[in-house]
Design a protein around this ligand. Sequence first.
Ligand SMILES: [Ca+2]
Ligand SMILES: [Ca+2]
Length: 208
Amino acid sequence: MTFGWRFGDEKPFDWAEVFVGGGAKRYRSPFEHRDRTSLEAGIAATFRAEKGASTRIGYRFGALLNRPDGEYLLLDEDKYDVDFNGDGDLVDDNVGVVQDVDYSRFDHEFEVRWRWAGKRPVGGGVDLGLRVRQWTSGERFDRRHEDRLDLRLRLGFHVAVRLWETGALELGARGELETRTRGGGAVDNGTELDHAAGLAFVRLAVRF
Ligand SMILES: [Ca+2]
Ligand SMILES: [Ca+2]
């Protein structure tokens, strides 16, 4: 559910929104232990600097709650001082065990968008976004989520050239960087989350 307000010219911002929502995600067997319910809320405001130029600033929070449950894990005994395979020593690596894991997390998303348009034949925009995922697991053997923070930074820009009264050509690019920290802030190298990605695009927009 989203509420929005439009303000008059004397106000510093032009448009404000408040968003609240809830949801549920249900996995098919055998991944039911990842099921979660979520509550989300967000606020955003758009400021108009001059005719055709605007800045939108937004923040969104999400609480995604999971009930800890057993998952098959491969654990090293010497990290926990536990004899997982019961053979009397504490030196075996990658021992398969079922232990509780917790997929709960808090999400924070910050976003800034700048737009230039109006009567000029050339306009454009810049988008900047930061997403922080804070995993909250306190389960003893849940190494994948313990002290884990995922960070994603996104940057995009585009230039729009008006070709005729109702048609415009947009040229743009966007990129993202994502990384994960774990265990007191040390970078956990070599995870599937550590990546850089980019996209370049051409878009023809026609208004009817
Ligand atoms: Ca052992
Ligand atoms: Ca052994």
